[in-house]
Design a protein around this ligand. Structure first.
Ligand SMILES: [Fe+2]
Length: 320
């Protein structure tokens, strides 16, 4: 058994909360899994989670809608570039039509032999919906949004990382988090994320030395990090010790993210990786199982400042 089994979640800093919610919960038809806040001591911002109805690991896309003056990020190299979700084989056409009708420009494309739909989040982050024949997960359906089981998103397919040096990620994926190389050609490199349950997700590496260095801070319009799933604490701490022992001493201590616990490490290609596992209570920690993602919840350490936080949040309508 690998210490990693697929992705846990992908996290990006976006722009307005309303457009972010409408994009994920309406255009893409994902379900709201949790609505909470991040507070850096200045202004609170939403922390929104979208995914399958039950919030299964490997289906979670999280955002910090970060509409703050002067903190829009720069997309560039040595940074994660494209968020990728898996769709059933043959579903690309449906998505091209649906998204264009809804005012989200989308077109069919292909990389590494995989048909995909290219589009952008309203804040400009590139997205792809990838037809993946190797993905055995259930489709995330959404009756209200008109998304059935032939077309719906299945969860995370992967991330494309933009690098200035083509070999930047080689040692990280050989020794730190070993991944099988699937492709190495003029389009870039593709690595298989270790999986214990037969699905198939990837990290792609795109060689783009002409782009400027991307920002690493939490700033709008950029992907902040990529979280892999260790399944439990034992695997996480084993992998953490292994990575630190190799000399990646910048791997963080374990951090409490309320619903899961996380360690972070900066990879040589610039992308920030997280290794995470969901605590037993999971999303049902503060909302009833079966109706998660419906209310605004606060981590216990902010509960006494709820009123102040709510007053500082951007107004948005989270009805679907
Ligand atoms: Fe994370």
């Amino acid at each position: 058994m690998a210490l990693i089994s697929g992705y846990h979640h992908l996290t990006m800093s976006t722009d307005g909360a309303q457009e972010d919610f409408d994009f994920f919960a309406k255009d893409l038809g994902l379900h709201s899994v949790k609505r909470t806040v991040l507070f850096d001591g200045v202004l609170p911002v939403y922390h929104l989670y979208y995914g399958s109805k039950n919030g299964d690991a490997s289906t979670i896309f999280t955002t910090f809608p970060f509409r703050k003056p002067g903190v829009f990020g720069r997309r560039g190299t040595n940074q994660s570039k494209i968020i990728q979700a898996a769709i059933p084989v043959g579903a690309a056409e449906f998505w091209v039509n649906r998204l264009n009708e809804r005012g989200v420009k989308a077109a069919k494309t292909s990389r590494f032999g995989m048909a995909r739909v290219a589009l952008e989040h309203p804040c400009g982050i590139p997205f792809e919906l990838v037809e993946n024949p190797g993905d055995t997960r259930e489709v995330i359906t959404n009756d209200k949004q008109g998304i059935g089981k032939e077309h719906g998103i299945k969860g995370i397919y992967g991330v494309a990382i933009s690098v200035a040096d083509r070999t930047a990620m080689d040692d990280f994926f050989t020794i730190a988090i070993p991944m099988k190389k699937l492709a190495d050609n003029h389009e870039g490199l593709a690595f298989a994320v270790p999986e214990n349950h037969g699905l198939h997700s990837v990290v792609e590496v795109l060689h783009e030395p002409e782009r400027p260095q991307g920002t690493w801070t939490l700033s709008g319009g950029t992907i902040h990090h990529i979280a892999l799933n260790t399944g439990n604490e034992e695997n996480q701490l084993k992998l953490r010790a292994h990575i630190e022992g190799l000399g990646f001493t910048d791997i963080s201590e374990q951090k409490d993210r309320n619903y899961f616990k996380s360690c972070y490490v900066r990879s040589p290609g610039g992308a920030l990786f997280e290794i995470a596992w969901t605590v037993p209570e999971g999303w049902a920690k503060d909302e009833a199982p079966g109706s998660i993602g419906k209310t605004l919840v606060f981590p216990p350490w902010f509960e006494d400042r709820r009123a102040e936080m709510v007053a500082g949040l951007e107004p948005a309508n989270f009805d679907t």
